[in-house]
Write a protein that binds this ligand. Structure first.
Ligand code: B12
Length: 148
């Protein structure tokens, strides 16, 4: 199966630069590839350069996150759309802590707009605890709780 694993954007809307890598979906990708699936990680959050914005600085840009979240023409949402179209996955798995719940749902909506045939699964700490509420969103097909 073609599976796209996505780390949603949050701090990136604020102009924050971090060169971290998302260990959770990296583990999932390794396991799925070992099972014979075609897997791609799309990290919509982090920079591949070695960069770091101090947290005190990052907090000042929160309004930019709200603006970006609600602007469907924002370049980051266009990038999300292009990544999904380009890879044409059968399943999208989105990593979702609470701060990234809104961006995760936005990605789910973009995916379903591209094709209702794409299955959308959310995992991570927020869906683990709030599974029933998350499954109430029309664009979420599955929630995977605890260790993916
Ligand atoms: C490392 C870390 C960071 C690093 C992140 C580095 C990186 N990119 O990986 C840094 C310092 C940047 C960070 C920042 C923040 N963090 Co932090 N962080 C952690 C920490 C200590 C470990 C996360 C980790 O790597 N775990 C190991 C991996 C293997 O586990 P995992 O990511 O959970 O993934 C597994 C499962 O969750 C699941 N899974 C995850 N995603 C998916 C997706 C799918 C599709 C599926 C099926 C399964 C699945 O399967 C994975 C494999 O088993 C956790 C605490 C913890 N013990 O988990 C807090 C934690 C995640 N952070 C938290 C918070 C609040 C934040 C900040 C919002 C803090 C702030 N005020 O700025 C920011 C957000 C930054 C951002 N852009 O998201 C909270 C989240 C709470 C919540 N309800 O959302 C946690 C849980 C700490 C806590 N107890 O409060 N964090």
């Amino acid at each position: 199966m073609k599976i796209l694993l996505i780390e949603p954007p949050f701090e990136r809307f604020q102009g924050v630069k971090r060169s971290f890598f998302t260990l959770g979906i990296a583990y999932l990708a390794g396991y799925l590839a070992g099972q014979g699936h075609e897997v791609k990680i799309y990290d919509a959050e982090h920079s591949r350069q070695s960069e770091y914005t101090p947290y005190a600085e990052a907090a000042k840009g929160y309004i930019k996150y709200i603006e970006g979240l609600n602007n469907k023409d924002h370049p980051i949402w266009q990038e999300v759309d292009a990544q999904i179209r380009d890879f044409a996955p059968e399943l999208i798995g989105i990593s979702c802590p609470t701060v990234k719940y809104e961006p995760a749902l936005k990605i789910a909506a973009i995916a379903k707009e591209i094709s209702p045939e794409i299955n959308v699964a959310l995992g991570g700490c927020h869906p683990t605890v709030m599974a029933v509420e998350v499954l109430g969103d029309d664009n979420v097909d599955f929630v995977i709780r605890c260790e993916g």
